[in-house]
Design a protein around this ligand. Sequence first.
Ligand code: NMX
Ligand code: MLT
Length: 435
Amino acid sequence: MGYIKDHFKEVADKQSAAIKKLIAEHGEISLGQVTIAQAYQGMRGIPGLITETSLLDANEGIRFRGYSIPELREKLPKASDGKEPCPEGLFYLMLVGEIPTDEDAGHISAVWARRSHVPNHVFQVIEAFPVSTHPMTQFCAAVLALQTESKFAKAYEAGISKKEYWDYVYEDSMTLIARLPRIAAYIYRRKYKNGEHIQPDGMLDWSANFAHMLGYDDDSFKELMRLYLTIHADHEGGNVSAHATHLVGSALSDPYLCFTAGMTGLAGPLHGLANQEVIRWIEELQKDLGTLTPSKEQIADYIRKTLSEGKVVPGYGHAVLRKTDPRFTAQMEFAKVHCADNPTVQTVWNVYEVAPEILESTGKIKNPWPNVDAHSGALLKHYGLVEEDFYTVLFGVSRALGVLASLCWDRALGFPIERPKSMTTEWINNYIAKQ
Ligand code: NMX
Ligand code: MLT
């Protein structure tokens, strides 16, 4: 691993020096004003975080180190038998800011394969839960159980210097990422396949091995996993899972503790659990109307019914995006090639044709367009991965790449503990009175 870690340190040191100069010379420049409405309404639009790995444009969608999703699909290294990007390459890109060579991505793949052994007590923790427990609960608990392995926590206890934090956080992040597919697959096989576990295949790349351990050896499912684990990896720093990981990390909690915090946030229905909610909503729609491919008029009525019941239409809307999520488009393109005849996939496309106009007409939804979660379930169902309450775990395995690459940056840049100011409504009223 040495050369990638050394390269990261070299790049981070340069960036750290540039940031010190930037703060010294321009630190007083204002990034904007904070309004009372913003303080009450989810801090939307307040620029208050630095995240180097990716940046979101409201109309264009996410760019990872400047590269859009179509560019990543073209430029990142592929598996020898595949056309989709390998997430190993995306991790390298987020970490060092450069498109990796095939050798760099292969190197990361080999390190993750070598470090993938999960200690037995983690499986015991999973086994202690009733099988009915939601997979995200089992996943969070398993990651927390893995914290016994933290090199950062041990080194901190032994009294390391601040300058060394990044090194241990880097090592923990690599080991944690390496082990997540095995943990996730274990939860899946335990809950849905009578505990018939499948051993890892160290010759496969990270995504293909994950697909294999889940029990899906179809080549095009492996391709789907490579794409899925790439596009869900990061969405700049303000989303709940990234922000929670970063916030907890600022207290110098180790990567296992930080990632658990991120995952408990991802488990919420307005964030990562939405992928489960979308496919349930579509299946209820199909069941209610007695057809796998309801007409656009029927879909429109169903959307109006959902809204009239005071519920959200899952998979639509976004706190920052104001156009169709390019992650939705990437999945749609994949589906056009691999499963265009699937009726549920077609229903997802028909929802896309009618939902935006209806959501827009409510006059209150700021973004009527689909997000990443609107498509993923239909694709997974097509390949037989039908257990939708597992879908957020897949999202979580992918999200580890972005939030842990960012955590390495947080420590390499020496970011301090995060502590924004909060106020009471009484304080706000007094402030208004003084204007
Ligand atoms: N269906 C119905 N109502 C919606 C939707 C939707 N898809 N999206 C927003 N609204 C409502 C929202 O609940 C709010 O209503 P109220 O004023 O009564 O509280 C109003 O529209 C204004 O909300 P916005 O400012 O447009 O959205 P906000 O930034 O607060 O929330 C989401 C963003 C993503 C939480 C919201 O659009 C939503 O709940 N979408 C459905 C759930 C979903 O797909 N989440 C996945 C997000 C992606 N991810 O993976 O994390
Ligand atoms: C994400 O991928 O984190 C979601 O799109 C939510 C967000 O960006 O706020």
